[in-house]
Design a binder for this molecule. Structure first.
Ligand SMILES: [Cu+2]
Length: 249
């Protein structure tokens, strides 16, 4: 009887919300929204990571040790140490290093997925929140192992011998630049960054990034690159303001 009453109650509340044209209410689950929208502020930092000087010549990956890997690529595969085109630098992890406020920010329940596909990690650089599930997926018909070597969090090294295997891991402390590698395929590597707030992004192939949902405040923003190091800038942001911040490597 109680549960019937509860169901009736939910229906009544839902009808009320529909009638009122509202899309949210405290008694209904929050809609699934992009991560950045979960933040509380209305400021944003937007910019570009650039590479001054010539990009280093890309190295071709030799996958001949594993024919399963080879067979999945018609085009040559290059290492992703420095991914730059026309001066734009991709795969830079940009995040608020100091000054994040408005938290605590509950971790999203939606997993970040790192996929092993064609014996390459996708994505190569990613951010994840403390406590957020990391789904590690093997999309290849070959053995991969995932050897993660954090310093603050628990290390793990797991084998995924079968296509379609999934393993879920979480990190319980903030930590940047956690190396992931595969001991079967020495060319496979990736970097994960664990934060306790949502203010981070990875630069796109055009070098661009946006950190949105920032409350007004002064922030130290770091841009981290696996080979070119880290750069920081301090920025003071007002409510509703979007500021440009560019990083040159
Ligand atoms: Cu592998």
């Amino acid at each position: 009887m109680k549960s019937i009453m509860k169901s009736v109650g939910i229906v009544v509340i839902s009808l009320f919300l529909v009638a009122g044209g509202k899309t949210e209410g405290s008694s209904l689950p929050a809609p699934r929204v992009p991560e950045a929208a979960a933040a509380t502020g209305s400021g944003a930092l937007s910019g570009k990571a650039t590479l001054s000087g010539a990009a280093p010549a890309q190295q071709k990956v030799k996958m001949s040790a594993d024919p399963v890997c080879m067979a999945q690529h018609k085009e040559p595969v290059f290492t992703e140490e420095v991914v730059a085109a026309n001066g734009a630098l991709a795969n830079v992890f940009v995040y608020v290093k100091e000054g994040a406020k408005g938290g605590p920010y509950p971790a999203p329940t939606q997993a970040v997925v790192i996929n092993q596909e064609g014996c390459v990690y996708r994505p190569h650089v990613f951010g994840i929140r403390v406590g957020q599930p990391l789904e590690i997926l093997n999309s290849d018909s070959t053995l991969h192992n995932i050897n993660a070597q954090p310093k603050q969090n628990k290390k793990f090294n797991i084998a995924q011998p079968v296509k379609g295997m999934k393993t879920v891991k979480t990190f319980d402390k903030p930590e940047t630049a956690i190396p992931f590698k595969c001991n079967v395929h020495p060319w496979m590597n990736a970097y994960g960054h664990v934060l306790d707030h949502p203010f981070f992004a990875v630069t796109q192939p055009d070098g661009s990034f946006t950190l949105s949902g920032l409350p007004a405040g002064t922030y130290t923003v770091e841009a981290w690159h696996e080979k070119l190091g880290a750069k920081t800038q301090t920025v003071t942001l007002a409510d509703g303001q979007t500021q440009q911040v560019n990083f040159s490597f």
